[in-house]
Design a protein around this ligand. Structure first.
Ligand code: GAR
Length: 208
């Protein structure tokens, strides 16, 4: 079966994108089941875009301030993404909530990775919020995107322990430990979805 087409969306350092690129390079797209066909971002000048260019991939940038309103931005992001005919869209550290047009076109095919154990600590500060709450265990969640904020059906999760030093040193070290686990989980999940297919039944994601 032909390798599935992935469009990856990023907003920052792009280490999750890099993990996907490395796995695809190491295994080969046919064995892994997917290849990245383009990388999109909501801002310029980020390492995630440099990583894409270094891998020889086409990139596109859709900035909210370049559009009259949020719906205009969402429509532009939808068109830019659709141009690459993705089977799956991977939101890998993409710090924007996609809108109605994007969901209408790609709903059920958008995978997001989040640095907390959803439904706890959704939103832009999942690591900081878990730490501030005093959680002793947090982690990462790979899930499908729906019209809420980090509310879509969960595909897989991994736990990461919060240690004593995290409370003194802040969220950065904890986030790095989570990302270590998260990158491996994302690579594993995207590969399985691509190779084996899946069904979404209500809140359940079934991978044969
Ligand atoms: C990841 O930890 C991802 O879960 C998080 O941003 C990081 C991106 O890292 N996303 C969110 O917080 C979304 N709410 P990366 O740019 O190095 O892949």
């Amino acid at each position: 079966m032909a390798a599935k087409r992935l469009v990856v969306l990023v907003s920052g350092s792009g280490t999750n994108l890099q993990a996907l690129l490395d796995a695809i390079e190491a295994e080969g797209p046919d064995t892994y089941g997917a290849r990245v066909v383009a990388v999109g971002a909501d801002r310029d000048g980020i390492a995630g875009l440099d990583r894409a260019r270094a891998a020889g991939l086409p990139t596109f940038v859709c900035r909210v301030p370049d559009h009259a309103d949020r719906a205009g931005w969402d429509a532009a992001l939808t068109e830019a993404t659709a141009e690459y005919r993705p089977d799956l869209v991977v939101s890998a550290g993409f710090m924007k909530i996609v809108g109605k047009a994007f969901l209408a076109r790609f709903g059920g095919r958008i995978v997001n990775t989040h640095p907390a154990l959803l439904p706890s600590f959704p939103g832009a500060h999942g690591v900081r919020d878990a730490l501030a709450y005093g959680a002793k265990v947090t982690g990462c969640t790979v899930h499908f995107v729906d019209d809420g904020v980090d509310t879509g059906p969960i595909i897989a999760q991994r736990a990461v322990e919060v240690v004593e030093e995290d409370t003194r040193e802040g969220a950065a070290a904890l986030h790095e430990r989570i990302k270590d686990v998260e990158r491996r989980l994302l690579v594993e999940v995207v590969g399985r979805l691509a190779r084996d297919g899946y069904r979404i039944e209500g809140r359940k994601v079934l991978i044969p």
